[in-house]
Design a protein around this ligand. Structure first.
Ligand SMILES: C[S@@+](CC[C@H](N)C(=O)[O-])C[C@H]1O[C@@H](n2cnc3c(N)ncnc32)[C@H](O)[C@@H]1O
Length: 334
């Protein structure tokens, strides 16, 4: 496993980053693997380069993207109750923290009951992590941040704990939805493995509902989600010297009710061939052929409870937004 290297240290802020060459090689390997598979696919974690992270922030403001608003509403109404699930001194670890905007509500609820707070955000996107950490440190004088620019798995193996403190892991924003049921089970097992009995996990999971609500959230009228999806091709152009023409691909999002997931594709508008110079690969596309870029699984409560119990957690409380579209689940590590 790759050892993270501290690269910047100031008083209340430490940031760890795995080497950029290692990340670059990993990206190249995953692109090769995904685009030579049948059907073609690309891992969704690669959406989040500097532009992709900004596009995701824009998605959160769209009228169709109810998820962020619903989870924010839950924290606005219940933050004190949520953090009260873990009495005593606590620190926060957040997987896929992004802008950490919603997290502020939980940070404030914890700082209302203890004098300082240690926050460990883990995110693959360097730009969003640096921006959010700098804003948080400016706004909260009693906050200490150790940030990990890393994949969840590497980040989890590096989390720190101070004596007598319990750890609350946040996995918000329906991030769990990007994983197939088996992958989700595995990741939750890794999270549990990084925790001790008495620690907690707050899991934000989107709920099953009508496709008339779900599909527009991933296919908005302004085309921001389409740009977010297509940026994956531009990223391959930029980082691996490829010649994808984004105008020759189309964004598509379909809710597959039986599987309970939104499938997000890039669809080739024509028969075409694309060259990826840095990995010496030429890829052929038929007209209508897809690259599967993301899944977003939707859950029901029975599935969530079963997952918790199977992975060594006790599902303790669930909160919903007023329209019951989204759930925040507090699970106690047992
Ligand atoms: C859907 S956004 C959610 C951001 C924020 N938690 C929220 O709820 O608004 C996903 C975030 O997770 C990060 N991310 C995605 N896959 C990741 C992975 N495998 N490891 C680490 N971070 C990841 C992205 O960079 C992005 O900031």
């Amino acid at each position: 496993m790759h050892a993270p290297m501290p690269s910047v240290v100031i008083s209340r802020f430490v940031i760890h980053q795995s080497s950029s060459q290692w990340n670059h090689n990993r990206f190249a390997d995953d692109v090769r693997l995904g685009l030579t598979a049948k059907p073609k696919s690309l891992p969704p974690k690669y959406f989040y380069d500097a532009l992709g992270s900004q596009l995701f922030e824009a998605i959160c403001l769209l009228p169709e993207y109810y998820l962020t608003r619903a989870e924010t509403e839950i924290f606005e109404r219940h933050a004190a109750e949520i953090v009260a699930q873990m009495p005593g001194s606590a620190s926060i670890v957040e997987l896929g923290s992004g802008s950490s905007i919603k997290t502020r509500l939980l940070i404030e609820a914890i700082l209302a009951r203890q004098t300082e707070l240690y926050y460990q955000p883990i995110d693959i996107s360097e730009t969003i992590l640096e921006q959010s950490a700098s804003k948080l440190l400016g706004d909260y004088q009693n906050l200490h941040i150790t940030a990990h620019i890393s994949d969840y798995t590497n980040g989890l193996s590096s989390i720190a704990r101070r004596d007598g403190e319990r750890v609350l892991v946040l996995f918000l924003g329906s991030n769990i939805g990007n994983y197939t049921p088996d992958e989700a089970r595995q990741l939750l097992g890794q999270i549990r493995g990084a925790l001790r009995g008495g620690d907690g996990l707050l899991l934000g999971a989107d709920l099953k509902k009508s496709s008339a609500i779900i599909e527009p959230a991933y296919n908005d009228a302004l085309g921001v989600t389409a740009a977010f999806n297509l940026n994956l091709l531009l990223r391959i152009n930029r980082e691996l010297d490829a010649d994808f023409d984004p105008a020759r691909f189309e964004h598509r999002a379909i809710y597959q009710e039986k599987e309970g997931r939104v499938e997000i594709h890039l669809v080739s508008r024509a028969t075409q061939s694309v060259r990826i110079n840095k990995i010496g690969l030429q890829i052929e596309f038929d007209e209508g052929e897809i690259i599967h870029t993301e899944n977003s699984y939707k859950y029901d409560l029975a599935q969530l409870y079963a997952l918790a119990e199977e992975r060594g957690f006790r599902p303790q409380r669930t909160w919903f937004d007023s329209e019951k579209r989204f759930s925040c689940n507090f699970w106690l590590a047992i």
